[in-house]
Ligand binder design. Structure first.
Ligand SMILES: Nc1ncnc2c1ncn2[C@@H]1O[C@H](COP(=O)(O)OP(=O)(O)OP(=O)(O)O)[C@@H](O)[C@H]1O
Length: 626
């Protein structure tokens, strides 16, 4: 059954999961958690350990009190002790209870603050990670690390603290008292421990494998949930609900199987230690009893020893099975550290200075770039955008248009050549100053689940209410915003789904307007809209373009015509440049695109007449809405 589980062809194809995990051993993980997260909290930890020590001492004193009770009260008939011993027991139990309370709260605080630290570190790392790396990995995998992996690490950290602070101390104290009482008996009691450790080593490896699979499957479930909900319209339209549910069921079944493998192995580690040490314990009783009959061992000594041995077994079981119990935490930590340790390829040079934008001239000089080795995307690409001018990039799908914007925003750095803004190589400048120089408007407007105001102010947090309203007015958005009962405080819903496409795009324009960057990058902001919505945003687009250096990726004739120069890209190079009429007259790539891509919009009449595009745009819009 398990082998089927491993080889199920319906599992989700994980995008190179090994990329995101480190390969640290149990003790390396414990060492790193101790160094990075436990030692910085050493005062609190010392408090915890102090509380644990009191608890251990109080626990360790109980066998002695038992011994005294047997020897002094029962055999010695000592009445003073009859009253003293219960009082002492109450004091010790009170110390034990109080110190255990503080130890538990302190330990939970440490564990949960490690979770908080790791979540912040991962989030920071993810927001700074290279786009290429992020795009190769499904977001569900990251969500799973945030939700599940860190909790497993917390358990591992708690186990380590308890094992180190409480149980090891208890084991040492109780073993000390056992050896103090009778060393020969003690040797019998601990004789089987080395054998137990060997068996546990094998179990540790089994748990490690199951835990790895469990986390992968849990990540897959996250991916499946997120992609099913994102594509729910297509899932329903293609009648795939049952298929997706079946896929989810298989992943959930596999996860259950792997969890149960871990649980079975871990659950058996306690009994394994118990069975093996029980043999030693039986030998100790045999030897102790023999000594009681034939030797000098008193009943009190024997009872004290037996109490110490019994009290020692539970903490010893915990310490001995620690490696096995820690495996889930180790696997989870390797996944989390894989994210935290990630190096960005786009890095700031030491001593990088902020970009100084004077006029906003952009130039690409002999830029070559590839995402994957051996698959060039831009080849010796050169382009100049004079300050305040608008250029349009057109070209077949995959010709590298979006890549040009990616490089200008430093989402990636080119392998050779330079990208310059006002003569400064942007790889010599700080990343944030380069990104602040541009405002990006994407094909699909990106809105966050917040109010309209927050969405407009995204990236311009210091803006005043008047500035927000002015930006919205310029983007021809103010009137429709005010028509909502809550105005600017209207929530836009997940990804803005409570607004229409045209409204979303105008909010995105208002955001870019408020940002007021000297460079504007447009990734065909009208292509996802139908003709009516497109007509609504043309006016807003005209205001947005005014006075900026603009690179626009254009699929629509109406957008292309707003450019001063049109550059035609093919296979990572500019192959033609000019204005619309020149390029059509040349009868080259542009003319072909004009006929096939946006030319279809205009075959019936005047090319720039947007109403001629209606049937195609409607069809496209209907397809999107399907
Ligand atoms: N993150 C990525 N990793 C690997 N390859 C990529 C990545 N992004 C784009 N590519 C590849 O680079 C090439 C150029 O892509 P790009 O998105 O720049 O083209 P485009 O001209 O903007 O296309 P479209 O008009 O379809 O949006 C394509 O072959 C694409 O498959």
């Amino acid at each position: 059954m398990v082998s089927n589980v491993f080889t199920d062809s319906n599992s989700i194809d994980r995008a190179d999961d090994s990329l995101h995990t480190t390969n640290l051993s149990t003790w390396q993980v414990v060492g790193r958690l101790t160094r990075d997260h436990l030692l910085p909290r050493k005062k609190l930890l010392l408090g915890c350990f102090g509380a644990m020590m009191f608890s251990a001492i109080a626990t360790g004193s109980l066998p002695f009190l038992m011994q005294q009770a047997a020897d002094e009260v029962f055999l010695g008939k000592n009445e003073t002790m009859l009253y003293m011993l219960p009082a002492l027991v109450i004091v010790m139990v009170a110390i034990k209870a109080t110190s255990e309370y503080f130890a538990t709260v302190g330990q939970a605080y440490v564990g949960n603050s490690i979770v908080a630290d790791l979540r912040v570190e991962m989030f920071e790392r993810l927001t700074q990670a290279d786009l290429g790396w992020l795009q190769r990995t499904h977001s569900g995998r990251f969500v799973s690390s945030f939700m599940n992996d860190v909790l497993a690490i917390r358990e591992a950290a708690s186990l380590t603290i308890v094992a180190l602070g409480q149980n090891i101390l208890k084991v040492l104290l109780l073993t000390g008292s056992m050896f103090y009482m009778d060393w020969r008996l003690s040797v019998f009691a601990v004789i089987a421990i080395p054998l137990a450790l060997r068996v546990l080593g094998r179990q540790r490896r089994r748990v490690h494998v199951s835990a790895t699979k469990t986390f992968q499957e849990t990540g897959d479930l996250g991916i499946l949930v997120s992609q099913t909900l994102t594509g729910i319209r297509v899932v329903k339209a293609y009648d795939r609900e049952a298929h997706e549910t079946e896929r989810a069921r298989r992943i959930i079944d596999r996860t259950l199987e792997f969890i149960m493998r871990s649980v079975r192995t871990k659950a058996s580690s306690g009994p394994v230690v118990e069975a093996l040490t029980g043999v030693g314990f039986a030998l100790a009783i045999l030897y102790g009893g023999y000594q009681g009959i034939h030797g000098s061992l008193t009943a009190g000594q024997f009872m004290g020893f037996v109490t110490a041995a019994m009290l020692m077994y539970q903490p010893m079981k915990t310490v001995a099975s620690l490696q096995t119990m820690l495996q889930e935490g180790v696997v989870a930590a390797n996944r989390v550290f894989g994210i935290i340790d990630l190096d960005s390829k786009v890095a700031e040079k030491p001593g990088a200075l902020p970009l100084k934008v004077t006029a906003g001239e952009i130039s690409f000089d002999d830029v070559s770039f590839h995402y994957r080795d051996g698959e060039p995307v831009l080849r010796d690409f050169s382009l100049t955008v004079p300050a305040g001018k608008r250029i349009a990039l057109v070209g077949p799908s995959g010709s590298g248009k979006s890549t040009v914007l990616n490089l200008l925003l430093r989402f990636y750095d080119p392998q050779s050549g330079q990208v310059r803004i006002d003569g400064q190589d942007i790889t010599d400048c700080t990343i944030s100053s380069v990104r602040l120089a541009s405002a990006l408007v994407t094909q699909e407007p990106v809105l966050f689940d917040d109010t309209i105001r927050a969405n407009i102010m995204y990236g311009s947090e210091g803006a005043s209410e008047e500035q927000v309203i002015a930006a919205a007015r310029a983007a021809v958005a103010h009137d429709f915003i005010m028509a909502f009962p809550k105005g600017y405080d209207t929530p836009v819903g997940e990804a803005g789904n409570m607004l229409s496409g045209g409204q979303r795009q105008r909010i995105a324009f208002a955001r870019a307007m408020l940002r007021d960057a000297p460079i504007l990058l447009l990734d065909e902001p009208t292509s996802s809209l139908d003709t009516e919505a497109e007509a609504q945003i043309q006016e807003a687009l005209d205001v947005l373009l005014k006075g900026r250096s603009v690179i626009m990726i254009a699929h629509r004739l109406s957008t292309v015509k707003k450019a001063d120069v049109i550059h035609v890209m093919e296979a990572g190079r500019i192959v033609e440049s000019g204005n619309h009429d020149e390029l059509v007259a040349r009868n080259g790539v542009y003319a072909r695109l004009h006929r096939t891509q946006f030319g279809a919009e205009s075959t019936k009449s005047e090319p720039s007449d947007p109403t001629d595009r209606e049937p195609r745009a409607r069809a496209a819009a209907n397809a999107t809405n399907a």
